[in-house]
Design a protein around this ligand. Structure first.
Ligand SMILES: NC(=O)C1=CN([C@@H]2O[C@H](COP(=O)(O)OP(=O)(O)OC[C@H]3O[C@@H](n4cnc5c(N)ncnc54)[C@H](OP(=O)(O)O)[C@@H]3O)[C@@H](O)[C@H]2O)C=CC1
Ligand SMILES: CC(=O)N[C@@H](CCC(=O)OP(=O)(O)O)C(=O)O
Length: 342
């Protein structure tokens, strides 16, 4: 099967990771690769690690350049996807790495993003309860935010199994590529290196409603989430430490059983053997998530630690996994499960 794919936002971090993965996908032929201010420059100027595309010239992001493809990946800042998707045929698979179509509640969208709600598309986290079915054959897909991916993979099984109370706490450290490549003074090397800093503290980060949406759907009742993101001196990777009250009678054995059952058949999510803890390093460049669980009996809380690469399972890998489901291909096609170490 020859699937012609365009990537809008190809000069950015998410776009670059999409290109890296799509180059190894056996069914994909790359078509238009587009950018905004970088149009006219070559892929090699932005992504020196993508040797086969070094001399390919980036085109402007317009409806015209994106038309005529089977698949269009959008790796653009929020707010640009709706107009583009409307102008593309319904038969084109459009996969949005931005936030525009992730939230189901227009009121929540307006509160957190300040603009009118563009709509809601099938949500690109197949590992959530019922998530895979919603993506099979879909023609519009919203790729989750990177923090919500880690937090939802960590806590959704406990909520779906009814073993966690409705007050979750998520503290997640992310590498600086999570913020995109555009110049931000607080993300200069000298500011990020050698320091960890919390931001969006006090329930102020826009990923909070997305995590709430996912965990509440898994629980079948409202779940409150206190989310604190932390900027870490790493290029890539998220380590999310997530806790929730343990319901009466939950034991360590039951907790492990819930997670091992939930992820037994998942190709990209591993529950590590007891005693081993997830590391971001082990997921670098892989479309994988590593999970470990513990019961804190004194605090009566379930503790789940999840590690992902924010650009792979947290964005571009998830986008390709969703594409495979949309096209009816084996879900693992073209996706690495091995990382890069040390
Ligand atoms: N980085 C991450 O870990 C994650 C990112 N995402 C989402 O993916 C999307 C891309 O993020 P990321 O790659 O990190 O961001 P970058 O800032 O690294 O890249 C943004 C891309 O969008 C292009 N662009 C910028 N402004 C416009 C515009 N006005 N119109 C059209 N194109 C424009 C840029 O082109 P140019 O070079 O010409 O400026 C560049 O190609 C965002 O929505 C982000 O939220 C989602 C999950 C995780
Ligand atoms: C370290 C860092 O800055 N991370 C980003 C996460 C961005 C992301 O996942 O994406 P969306 O913008 O697509 O929701 C942040 O906190 O804004």
């Amino acid at each position: 099967m020859g699937v012609r794919a365009a990537v809008a936002g190809a000069s950015g971090y998410a776009g670059g990771e999409l290109l890296r993965l799509l180059l190894s996908h056996p069914h994909i032929e790359l078509g238009a690769l587009t950018a905004a201010s970088s149009a006219g420059t070559t892929v090699g100027e932005h992504h020196p690690h993508l040797a086969p595309l070094a001399d390919v010239v980036l085109q402007p992001t317009t409806i015209e350049t994106l038309q005529g493809h089977d698949v269009v990946f959008l790796a653009l800042p929020h707010g640009h996807s709706g107009e583009i998707a409307k102008a593309l045929p319904e038969s084109t698979v459009v996969i949005d790495c931005g936030a525009d179509f992730r939230l189901a509640d227009p009121v929540a969208w307006k509160r957190w993003y300040g603009s009118d709600h563009a709509g809601t598309w099938p949500y690109g986290l197949p590992e959530l309860p019922g998530g895979r079915e919603a993506l099979q054959g879909a023609r519009r897909i919203a790729v989750p935010g990177c923090y919500p991916t880690s937090a939802s993979l960590a806590l959704a099984p406990a909520y779906a199994a009814g073993i966690a109370g409705p007050d979750a706490v998520v503290v997640a450290a992310s590498g600086a590529s999570g913020a995109g490549k555009s110049l931000k003074p607080h993300l200069l090397g000298a500011e990020v290196m050698g320091s960890l800093s919390a931001y969006g503290v006090g329930g102020a980060h826009r990923h909070t409603p997305e995590i709430i949406q996912n965990l509440s759907a898994a629980a079948g009742e409202p779940v409150s989430v206190s989310f604190t993101p932390v900027l870490a001196p790493l290029p890539r990777g998220i380590l999310a430490t997530c806790t929730a009250p343990a319901k009466p009678g939950v034991t360590t054995e039951r907790l492990r059983e819930v997670y091992e059952t939930a992820y037994a058949d998942e190709p990209f999510v591993s529950v590590l053997p007891a005693g081993r803890w997830p590391t971001t390093a082990a997921t670098l460049g892989a479309n994988t998530a590593q999970i470990q669980v513990a019961l804190d009996e004194d605090a009566n809380r379930i503790v789940v630690v999840a590690a992902i690469d924010n650009l792979t399972k947290g964005t571009a890998g998830a986008a390709v996994q969703c594409l495979n489901l949309a096209l009816g291909l084996p879900e693992t096609t073209g996706l690495p499960t091995t990382g890069v170490a040390p």
